[in-house]
Design a protein. Structure first.
Length: 111
């Protein structure tokens, strides 16, 4: 990551990651993304979302997707319109319904 601790979401691509359940998984995914030459990446264990910024998304994002898939995780690109629509309504997307407050609490207990 660059000098700032928070990745600017504007212009970034977001993915929902399936199969990630611990900080080691998140670190492994970040290393895979960095191995293809992208440093602007953030993986959230709590939300199961990876945010990545690419200078040339058309050529770099397929490499990111391939690198993460090769280490055993499933990626689903989040359409910005869907993310914005759910955020406005305060709703949780269907794919994220399993992430309840109890799930998050259990996850943090493990960590």
């Amino acid at each position: 990551m660059n000098d700032t601790t928070a990745l600017d979401v504007a212009g970034a691509t977001r993915y929902r990651i399936t199969g990630m359940d611990c900080p080691a998984c998140a670190a492994k995914i970040e290393r895979a993304v960095r191995s293809v030459g992208l440093d602007d990446v953030r993986v959230s264990i709590a939300t199961q979302i990876m945010t990545v910024r690419a200078a040339d998304p058309k050529s770099e994002l397929p490499r990111v997707e391939r690198a993460v898939s090769e280490i055993g995780y499933r990626l689903d690109r989040i359409a910005e319109a869907d993310a914005d629509r759910h955020a406005e309504r305060g709703q949780v997307p269907d794919r994220q319904k399993h992430i309840t407050p109890q799930y998050k609490r259990a996850l943090w207990i493990v960590i």
